[in-house]
Design a binder for this molecule. Sequence first.
Ligand SMILES: [Zn+2]
Ligand SMILES: [Zn+2]
Length: 317
Amino acid sequence: MLIPMLELAVLGSGSSGNSAVLCLGETRILIDAGLSAKQIGLRLESLEINPDSLSAIVLTHEHGDHTRGIDVFCRKRKLPIYATTHTCKIVSEDVKSDVVWRPFEAGNAFKVEDIKIESFSVPHDAVDPVGFVFHCTRSRVGVLSDVGHVTRMIVDRLRGVDTLFAESNYDEVMLQNDTKRPWATKQRISNRHGHLSNDQTAELVEQIASPALTRVVLGHLSSDCNTSDLACKVIRKRLEERGFDGVVVEYADRKDPLPLRPAARETADSAPQSEAEQTSEIAEEIAANSSRVCEPSAPVAAAEGASKEWKQTEWAF
Ligand SMILES: [Zn+2]
Ligand SMILES: [Zn+2]
């Protein structure tokens, strides 16, 4: 029997709301719940995942764009919610539903069924924000959202993952030229407890890249101060410079889910193949099924329009 592999889908990502789902066989974990409960349900169903079949929710931090759907979504579903002790305390003040809080300390590991989850502290303007590495016997997925700067611990924890889902929030030039935001807001976004620029994410990807790295999914893209093509190109270029030409680089956006895809290369039962051949096959398979894979020669698209779907509760964008 083939051992199952982790699969990652992103329901939506951006300052208006963030939520992803990680699956291993019948185990399904919602990573953040920052979309409306209705949208979480609809988007799960669009990916043929029954919203009532989730095993747990894990939270990176308490900001509304990562948590605002919890209360309503959990009214009919008694789900365990894993978050750091401090994050549980804050989020639970706004959650009246009958959820089962599962607090952990940042830096600790825990399991949800067969998925092992390692947490690590990250610098962000929140009470106790964390990133995660999810792993099973065949694959590892790193999740990093809302981070002001890349620390040595972040690099150490994420090095060697098969799939990285990380924010790539803004382009530095577009942010500096932005006329909608006051100087102080720009400072908060770009400071050491704000968000990652495309260049910072590229540097992170360069540092954690290994022959195992198959896929990089970029999230939390600013609608005003970034474009998907720009973000993908910056990260892809850095990977190519390091010889990682075959890594798929794609982006998650705020409105359309990114479908479930295997986190790592298929190696069991496969004929002898070079890593370049295997990566190339995966890239072709994903490219055929996605309009969001960054092709090296793709033209730069216009910036996406700003979403008015949710009121902001976070200063970020
Ligand atoms: Zn956020
Ligand atoms: Zn945040």
